[in-house]
Design a protein around this ligand. Structure first.
Ligand SMILES: C[S@@+](CC[C@H](N)C(=O)[O-])C[C@H]1O[C@@H](n2cnc3c(N)ncnc32)[C@H](O)[C@@H]1O
Length: 186
């Protein structure tokens, strides 16, 4: 699995963009309607911009957030950004080899990550994510349309046994047109 470590400038710019465009992340996380008791996996958490809003939705001692990334630089940035949340775990590594317990997450959150993964590496990643999702679990994914087609996202989840249960597209000034999909087992 390819790992692209960012340089310090990229981390700085990303953090600043997260502050300036906070509503892009905050409004989306609020729209998911999390109840607060869920075990959430933020796959490809990056600097943790949406992760902070996820963590804030989860009730301490009840809900739990796992921030996972393949890059140690991004994961360290995320760890710093969320240092004040007690109910967050940070996990470095490749989801296809981490061997997490099956059915260990109620929600998988994927925000601008899948398009960054080489097309040939996407099917095993989705299969590994489906394995750690509970039978009633839900997946929320948002990706830029410029880099990945919704039909590919649908097909990848379909093969892994999940179907699209909701979708919308919207325009985000920093990302262009984006697709937001929700998936669950049939
Ligand atoms: C564009 S950033 C998005 C970060 C964050 N989700 C957000 O919306 O701010 C893409 C992130 O996906 C991570 N990533 C790329 N390939 C990955 C993989 N195979 N497994 C886990 N994370 C991956 C990158 O390291 C990076 O942190």
């Amino acid at each position: 699995m390819a790992i692209h470590e960012p340089n310090p400038l990229a981390v700085m710019v990303t953090k600043a963009a997260g502050v300036l465009a906070h509503s892009v992340y905050e409004d989306y996380v609020q729209s998911l309607g999390l109840a607060g008791h869920e075990r959430v996996l933020d796959f490809g958490c990056g600097a943790g911009t949406p992760a902070r809003y996820l963590a804030a939705r989860l009730r301490p001692g009840v809900g739990h957030l796992t921030c996972q990334d393949i890059s140690h630089v991004w994961l360290d940035a995320c760890r710093q950004h969320l240092h004040d949340f007690p109910n967050v775990t940070f996990l470095l590594g490749d989801i296809t080899t981490l061997n997490l317990p099956p059915h260990s997450f109620d929600v998988i959150f994927i925000h601008f990550v899948l398009h960054d993964i080489a097309p040939g590496e996407r099917p095993p990643v989705i299969k590994a994510l489906a394995r750690v999702l509970t039978p009633e679990g839900r997946v929320f994914i948002r990706e830029p349309l410029h880099y990945i087609a919704p039909s590919e996202v649908q097909e990848l989840w379909q093969v892994a046994g999940l179907t699209e249960t909701g979708r919308h597209t919207e325009h985000i000034p920093t990302q262009g047109e984006v697709y937001a999909g929700e998936y669950a087992r049939r």
